[in-house]
Design a protein around this ligand. Structure first.
Ligand SMILES: Cc1cc2nc3c(=O)[nH]c(=O)nc-3n(C[C@H](O)[C@H](O)[C@H](O)COP(=O)(O)OP(=O)(O)OC[C@H]3O[C@@H](n4cnc5c(N)ncnc54)[C@H](O)[C@@H]3O)c2cc1C
Length: 574
């Protein structure tokens, strides 16, 4: 079969059009840089659109909040693994981000006096979440998209990036993508490339993430022989709709909702007597899972209740309209009348592509900047969230780091040359697609994906141990072998969703091995990573970031120190 090729040039390239990608594109366009964005879905379908509860900033409208408090809460929330220089920068820039978004036209919810309202969120000691009802991501994303259109950013929507072009001289000069709609390969050559490819929740069976969140960016980076940082830290959100994983925002607890077990008890009393339901997510998710494992789920089953009834119909309709709709549509439960059945759901990756505070990707994970390569948003690891992210810090990171990375790229592009794309890179991308289109295997992609889901949720979930994790690594490696022998039914290149599923499944396998191996390797419990066989945090041996590379023999590890400026690690109590 003939595969058509198309060539494009631009100064800057942004892969991903969620909050991070669009904010970066806007910063580039503002600096007069010719910018192309690529996304496998239409921009406003990026997962950012699903963000509900809010975006954190110490604008102190509803309390005596300060950037110092925001910093301390984030450091403590991260279980002291977050880099404090990055966190300090982040909390200061966060305030600017909120006002900037407001001035672009975002309609945030208001206090009676007309100022921007703020609500409580887990792990934040003050009401710090700025929000637009429970559609915060939706309004932020649509506003950024409009601004990018206005500034003439060039969009390539429904293009699937297959390969990052890392040249032999260590320079990144673009990407190669498949045009999902029309078929053919497109070669994008640019002076600077940003990965804002989002999260990896779809590696798990129960997840809040959209179908697009298959961690493609991580797999592409690992394939080029580059490291990924801290991938063992996976956030499980305490309130996913039972069996579906669809998210019920923490804003529901921020507004006063509480959790009940099968005996009708507010069980958080036993786990976080002070903060109760508004302890950080790692603490609440573990508490919930413990209740379930010890038979105190509802009717002894694997779920508990989130009760909002006492908030009253008016508040629920005004502040949490989407949650109500989701609960009614998917579970047939109206939260005004009944409690919502919920269980923990895989939600967010704390780790990612290691970058500097300007979004520059680090080739050795430590100090060596790769010319022309940037990463931002959930795909990147700066590291602001350390071992556990606080709710509402992620949209904030995506937009703030998107802006900062876009500005850094604009500076770089003005001085940089355009390095061509080697023809071997194009051949490699083509071979990758042909492997599936021309393969003669018999296993179907979804079968492998289902097996992976069982492994990840069953053995690499909230509670982890040596035996299960070793088994998980072994089983994932077997699946990585099998993927080369799968059968893709559709042989065409236009809207071949079977092909897309195969490509994404391979990507899931590539980085899932890193999650499992990293979890096996880290013999302590910290933040979201909990080892029942090593239940204590071990600062002496493990107060360090993991860097992981894929090798044919398995995952190779190295480490780098945590940046500690103001706050020494201490016991974490809530
Ligand atoms: C249900 C839900 C609710 C949330 N609520 C909140 C909240 O209230 N507050 C908060 O702070 N955080 C929240 N989060 C987290 C937060 O929304 C995300 O971390 C953040 O929006 C990620 O933004 P992003 O720009 O990094 O990635 P995304 O928005 O996920 O965008 C990724 C982009 O990459 C593109 N892409 C990926 N792979 C490829 C490929 N191979 N080729 C081409 N394009 C590709 C996609 O098309 C997409 O455009 C929530 C998350 C979920 C799932």
């Amino acid at each position: 079969m003939q595969i058509e090729k198309y060539y494009h040039k631009s100064d800057a390239l942004v892969v991903g059009t969620g909050l991070a990608g669009l904010r970066a594109a806007l910063a580039l366009a503002d600096a007069g840089i010719d910018t192309i964005t690529i996304s496998k879905v239409y921009p406003t379908r990026s997962h950012s659109v699903a963000a509900q509860g809010g975006i954190a900033a110490a604008i102190a409208h509803a309390s005596d909040d300060s950037t110092e408090l925001h910093m301390w809460d984030t450091v403590k929330g991260s279980d002291f693994l977050g880099d404090q220089d990055a966190i300090e920068m982040f909390v200061n820039e966060a305030i600017k981000t909120v006002y900037e978004m407001e001035h672009m036209g975002v309609v945030f919810s208001r206090m009676p006096d007309g100022r921007i309202a703020q609500r409580r969120f887990g792990g934040h000691s003050r009401p710090r979440a700025v929000y637009a009802a429970d559609y915060t991501g939706h309004v932020l994303l649509h506003t950024l998209f409009e601004q990018c259109i206005k500034k003439k950013v060039r969009f390539f929507n429904e293009f699937f990036v297959l390969k990052l072009v890392l040249r032999d001289d260590g320079v990144v000069s673009g990407v190669i993508a498949w045009d999902i709609r029309n078929g053919g390969l497109h070669i994008f050559n640019a002076k600077a490339t940003l990965f804002a490819t989002g999260g990896f929740g779809r590696a798990f069976k129960i997840t809040s993430n959209s179908f697009t969140n298959t961690g493609d960016g991580l797999a592409l980076v690992l394939r080029e022989g580059l490291p990924i940082e801290d991938l063992e830290f996976v956030q499980f959100h305490p309130t996913g709709l039972y069996r579906l994983g669809i998210l019920v925002t923490e804003g529901a607890r921020g507004e006063g909702g509480y959790l009940l077990n099968g005996k009708g008890e507010r069980f958080m009393e036993r786990y976080a007597p002070e903060r109760m339901e508004l302890a950080p997510r790692d603490v609440v998710a573990r508490a919930e899972q413990t209740e379930i494992n010890e038979g105190r789920g509802i009717d002894g089953k694997d779920y508990v209740y989130l009760d909002l009834r006492h908030l009253g119909a008016e508040k629920i309709k005004e502040r949490l309209p989407q949650i109500r709709e989701l609960a009614m549509n998917f579970l047939g439960v109206d939260p005004i009348e009944e409690p919502i059945p919920i269980q923990p759901t895989a939600h967010y990756q704390m780790g990612g592509i290691p970058t500097t505070k300007r979004g520059e990707v680090l080739g050795d994970g430590k100090t060596e900047i790769i010319p022309g390569f940037y990463a931002a948003g959930e795909a990147a690891c700066v590291s602001i969230h350390g071992a556990n992210r606080l709710g509402t810090n992620s949209q904030q990171e995506a937009i703030t780091m998107g802006r900062i990375s876009g500005q850094a790229m604009a500076e770089f592009v003005k001085k940089a040359a355009l390095f061509p794309i080697p023809k071997e890179a194009v051949e490699e991308a083509e071979a990758h697609v042909r492997k599936y289109l021309e393969g003669k295997g018999s296993v179907r992609p979804f079968e492998l994906r289902e097996k992976l889901h069982e492994i990840m949720t069953g053995k690499v979930g909230i509670f982890r141990n040596e035996k299960d994790l070793s088994q998980a690594v072994k089983e994932i490696r077997e699946l990585e072998e099998e993927i080369h022998h799968i059968h893709v039914e559709d042989k065409g290149m236009k809207f071949n969703l079977d092909l897309q599923e195969a490509l994404e499944t391979e990507n899931l396998l590539v980085f899932s091995e890193v999650i499992a191996a990293g979890a096996l390797n880290r013999r302590e419990s910290r933040g979201a990573h909990y080892r029942v066989d090593y239940p204590k945090r071990d600062d002496e041996n493990w107060l360090k970031h993991t860097l992981a590379w894929k090798t044919p023999e398995g995952v190779r590890f190295d480490y780098k120190p945590v940046v500690i400026t103001k706050y020494q690690p201490q016991e974490r109590k809530y």
